[in-house]
Design a protein around this ligand. Structure first.
Ligand code: 0A1
Ligand code: ZN
Length: 860
């Protein structure tokens, strides 16, 4: 980012606030358009660092009054806040402000969603509620009083414990007043308030030390039947964090609220998690297995933040990965334990390659711990979250499980109550293990995806692996130092037996050699088992070797990866040379699919193939200009070839994996449905949609219904079912999101933009709702050949809507603009078309800071 920009904030400029807060008392007098917020705060000088003006953040606040020790102080307005003349001694702050939740369409601060009040304060939303040092290193105990009219807001919630629980509920201070007290100091970004006409799905959990916690999931009346799964996930998470990390819950109540209008997935506010309704509400009829799995993971993620994020928070926003990378790592461990670990690992790597790799290899590349930003909301990225988690996985691999557990205990003991840094985090590992982690730290400071190249040599009974690493320059980082890369390797003999079990090589230098002596016949190495590091692996191996590993590798990840690589190579040569699909791949795939000892979910993943967008990236890396229509044609041809080649086993695979028992979202039956539906996708290419039509009619769950509808659309047989689907689900907003997405995802490349444009005129296209906006325009970005159709119609349509959304909701606009991040991969004509749209967006008067930053970085 350009140094010249006045709004750029740098990690190196960090300075503490200068005052300490003992406690915060907030009173909210709720009103849809004129809410009053009264704050009473006790400040005292922090003598270690007491040398700077008293600055409080504030945005869009109408100040009614400000008093310091009862007197009106001198106030200096600054950009983003005020500086106030205060005594050089402890003082009482009192302020009253007015805010307008109904006018808040950006969904940051206090806003309204379907008549309900709710808040989103991470990262910097609290400053839209009242004057405050809105920075994560200022932690305080909050007491919150909420006043409202009982008719519209019978339920009012905030962080901590509701004081009314301590009294007879008939004797709350007044029928329309609720008081919450949070005994744990927290930064303002964890503040939350919810008020509205809500109903609860309630339960309880007894912690390991015998404390009973009241649990509730609050939803709009009518959604009560969609809470049971989330509640079970919550209880499993609470138990898991006790069992695996020794972390107990620390309040008397834990509340989750579902809201329809939310920019992200969910938020870990202390004791009051707020969820995008799509990430908590679930029922078999309306949610797919993928939805259930995601909900379980997000509930766990937010709950785990109670320790990694809330009890130990971040000193500043540059340290975001401290809480996010660790919490993603913990939620992935939880999913491994709840479901199949190999399937979960493959799914995580697929997501990493689909979202993080393009980010790290394009103009938006940034380190896991960025060093500067203009708008922090733009840094809730796949790099901070998913690569941040991979970095912790590598650390655990390098130090071992026991040392990891020791380091984590030390982390919790040493830093409970702190706003910590990555330096603190690494220091506990150094202290617990005696290891020097200075080289490892480069994973936090260097951006880009390292490329690891392996060359094999076999002589005198010894296999030697010559391994090198190189990371291409990324924006702002021309040269890269070698990183420490854990490479898990196993060896198989020519019969397919493992002759060297998994061992971890530590690649530290640019080039290093590792020898495996004592092998009378040349062994076959299986490299980067379990995807032990987030790198690109270059290995000169032929299709026969890949097929051998696909048949024999004892590491489930690498076995899947061998099939994936065969599919990848087959597709790339089909795009480049027009060659026919690779026979070794098709034969190997058939063998795996026939193997009933393999988990159906795993076999379903085997049936997948690299996305068109991934292929475009690979072609670009190899010095070619990707042609989206050719990639689309090759992908379709491979699907058809799979259908033809597997035609004798597909009907059996489909029939044998129908689940007869009543619906359960557990991994077992979900895996069966996944395999049956993957078979259905191919069968449809053979039977023109006959099986899909039958499945659609009989389906009693959304997984089956949606897969059948998608298959029917592929076979051009879906129009009637599409109408029936809409009529059936018109009142369920989460299902109608799927209806919007599906039509775009299954459109022909030349029609995708038109289909999307037509749907923007549909009466249900409520574009101010982020879920609906993403359902339609996000699907258009995901349709590679449709989005990159040579007409440029999709580019223009997306730009039109980004321009429209920006003044309403900058955060979602900026996030959706990442669709253009790969633009430099394509031909000059497409680059010109996208470039024109980027220009058009950037020329909008008063473009938000969020979108300006993103478009500037994307343009490069
Ligand atoms: N901390 C949340 C994600 C989150 C971040 C920002 C938000 O608004 C700008 C909302 C949620 C998590 O990791 O789940
Ligand atoms: Zn998180």
């Amino acid at each position: 980012m350009p140094d010249a920009s006045p709004q750029t904030i740098y990690l190196k400029d960090y300075k503490p606030f200068g005052w300490i807060i003992d406690d915060v008392h907030l009173t909210f007098r709720l009103h849809p358009t004129a809410t009053r917020v009264i704050s009473r705060i006790r400040f005292r000088p922090d003598h270690d660092v007491h040398d700077r003006p008293f600055f409080l953040h504030g945005e869009d606040l109408k100040t009614i009054s400000i008093r310091v020790d009862g007197h009106e102080p001198t106030i200096y307005e600054q950009s983003g806040g005020i500086t106030v003349d205060v005594p050089d001694a402890p003082f009482n702050w009192e302020a009253e402000v007015e805010i307008n939740p109904s006018a808040n369409t950006a969904l940051e601060g206090l806003y309204m969603s379907n008549g309900m009040y709710c808040t989103q304060c991470e990262a910097e939303g609290f400053r839209k509620i009242t004057w405050y040092p809105d920075r994560p290193d200022v932690m305080a105990k909050f007491t919150v009083r909420i006043e409202s009219d009982a008719e519209h807001t019978p339920v009012m919630l905030s962080n901590g414990n509701g004081l009314y629980y301590e009294q007879d509920s008939t004797k709350t201070p007044a029928p329309n007043v609720t008081i919450y007290q949070d005994p744990w100091p927290k930064p303002a970004y964890l503040f939350a308030l919810v008020a509205g006409d809500l109903v609860a799905h309630e339960d309880s959990f007894t912690t390991v030390s015998g404390k009973e916690v009241h649990l509730a999931i609050w939803v709009r009346p009518g959604d009560e039947h969609k809470c049971a799964f989330g509640m079970e996930a919550l209880k499993k998470s609470m138990k898991w964090d006790e069992d695996v990390y020794g972390r107990e819950y620390d309040l008397d109540e834990f509340n989750i609220v579902a809201v329809d209008d939310f920019n992200m997935g969910a938020m870990e506010n202390k004791g009051l998690n707020i969820f995008n309704s799509s990430c908590v509400l679930a029922s078999p009829e309306t949610s797919t297995d993928a939805n259930f799995e995601r909900i379980e993971a997000i509930i766990a993620h937010e709950y785990f933040h109670n320790w990694t994020g809330n009890r130990i928070t971040c000193r500043d926003w540059f340290q975001l990965c401290l809480k996010e990378g660790l919490t993603v790592f913990r939620d992935q461990q939880f999913t491994d334990d709840m479901r199949s670990a190999p399937v979960a690992r493959i799914s995580n790597v697929l997501a990493l390659r689909a979202r993080q790799f393009p980010e790290d290899q394009g103009p938006l590349s940034h380190p896991v711990r960025p060093e500067s930003f203009q708008e922090i909301n733009n840094f809730y990225t796949a790099t901070v979250y998913e690569k941040g988690s991979e970095v912790i996985g590598m650390l655990k691999t390098l130090v071992g499980d026991e040392a990891y557990a020791k380091a984590l205990n030390l982390y919790f003991d040493r830093h409970d109550g702190d706003a910590a840094t990555i330096e603190d985090w690494l220091k506990v590992f150094e202290d617990a293990t005696g290891r020097d982690l200075s080289q490892f730290k480069r994973w936090y400071s260097q951006s880009g995806t390292p490329r690891v190249t392996v060359r094999e040599e076999y002589a005198q009974d010894t296999l030697t692996l010559h391994i090198s690493q190189r990371t291409a320059p990324t924006p702002g980082q021309e040269t890269k130092e070698p990183q420490i890369i854990p490479i898990a390797v196993g060896l198989l003999n020519p019969n397919g037996d493992e002759v060297q079990e998994t061992t971890v090589l530590e690649l530290r230098d640019s080039e290093q050699s590792f020898s495996f002596p004592g092998h009378a016949s040349r062994p076959v190495p299986s490299i980067l088992r379990g995807f032990s590091a987030p790198v690109l692996l270059d290995q000169e191996i032929d299709a026969d070797r890949r097929a051998f590993l696909l048949a024999h590798d004892t590491d489930p990840f690498n076995r899947w990866e061998s099939g994936r690589m065969l599919a990848r190579e087959s597709l790339l040569s089909s795009v480049k040379e027009g060659s026919a699909p690779n026979a070794a791949y098709l034969d190997g795939l058939k063998l795996v699919l026939r193997d009933d000892t393999l988990d159906p979910a795993y076999r379903a993943l085997m049936l997948g193939q690299p996305s068109q967008s991934e292929l475009a990236g690979l072609l670009h890396d190899a010095g070619h200009v990707p042609a989206p229509e050719a990639i689309h044609a090759a992908s379709e041809a491979l699907r058809q070839a799979k259908a033809d080649h597997l035609s004798d086993i597909l009907p059996g695979l489909y029939a044998d994996h129908q689940v007869e028992e009543p619906f359960s979202a557990e991994a077992g039956p979900a895996g069966q449905r996944a395999l049956a539906n993957a078979a259905l996708d191919l069968l449809t290419r053979l039977d023109g949609g006959a099986t899909a039509a039958m499945q659609y009619t009989r389906a009693d769950n959304m997984t089956q219904q949606l897969a059948a509808l998608g298959a029917l659309l592929d076979a051009d047989q879906g129009q009637e079912a599409l109408t029936a689907f809409y009529d059936q689900w018109r009142d369920d907003r989460l299902v109608i999101d799927k209806w919007f997405s599906l039509q775009v995802l299954h459109a022909k490349p030349g029609d995708a933009a038109d289909v999307a444009r037509r749907l923007t005129n549909h009466m249900d296209f409520d574009w101010k709702n982020p879920n609906r906006f993403r359902a339609l325009l996000g699907a258009l970005q995901m349709h590679h050949a449709g989005f990159h159709h040579e007409s440029g119609a999709a580019y223009e349509l997306l730009a039109d809507w980004l321009i429209r959304l920006d003044p309403v909701n900058p955060q979602t606009t900026a996030r959706m603009s990442t669709a253009f991040q790969t633009w430099k991969r394509y031909d000059t004509k497409r680059q010109a078309l996208i470039g024109a749209q980027l220009d058009r967006i950037s020329k909008q008067p008063e473009l938000s800071r969020d979108t300006t930053e993103m478009i500037t970085r994307i343009r490069g």
